[in-house]
Design a protein around this ligand. Structure first.
Ligand code: HEC
Length: 163
């Protein structure tokens, strides 16, 4: 009986992690052109970003100090199954990991997941390990605050627009 319970628990735990896992083939996802990827990199705190829309200014303010010289080069990757929803910009995302903001110089991934079209956020290493912090710029709540705080920019957790 004890064994059965632990097998059941094991099963449940692996089910719970599946939805929150990053597929190993994320590097083959579609690399999209967005306002941020056109800028090319997230700068350090000395950059003059006063001409950018407020959400981009706040993004720079939040992340410019996470690394000396700023976070650096970025790419936005979209899971092929989520491309239609990404292009439409009105939600309708499939369940699972759908979008990545790849901080290439930091070898870090900002990942947006959906479950029933509800977005959740994680920071991950390039090999898919969870690196979300309990507080500060790399905390899930920081992602939520910004990704829900700018209604004109973010729809169903998606802030960028394909160019
Ligand atoms: C202060 C605002 C802000 C914070 C905080 C923030 N983001 Fe974003 N995020 C943006 C903006 C703006 C874009 C769109 C950039 C572009 O492609 O032009 C974006 C883009 C993304 C993308 C690419 C898909 C999309 O939504 O366009 C992902 C994935 C992402 N963020 C995940 C995260 C995660 C995970 C966190 C927390 C660790 C986070 N973000 C924190 C503003 C923010």
């Amino acid at each position: 009986m004890k064994q059965l319970v632990s097998i059941l628990l094991l099963g449940l735990t692996s089910l719970a992690t599946i939805a929150a896992d990053l597929p190993a083939d994320w590097r083959n996802w579609i690399s999209v052109k967005t306002p941020l990827t056109e800028i090319g990199a997230l700068p350090d705190c000395k950059a003059d970003v006063s001409k950018l829309p407020p959400i981009y200014q706040e993004t720079v303010a939040t992340y410019c100090a996470v690394r000396a010289g700023g976070p650096g080069k970025v790419a936005v990757l979209v899971r092929p199954e989520a491309e239609k929803a990404y292009n439409k910009r009105s939600g309708g995302f499939p369940d699972g990991a759908n979008m990545i903001l790849h901080l290439k110089d930091m070898k870090a991934l900002f990942v947006t997941f959906h479950q029933g079209d509800k977005a959740s956020y994680k920071v991950m290493t390039e090999d898919g390990k969870d690196a979300t912090a309990p507080s500060g710029p790399l905390a899930a709540q920081t992602c939520v605050t910004c990704h829900t705080g700018y209604k004109a920019f973010c729809k169903a957790g998606q802030c960028g627009t394909r160019k």
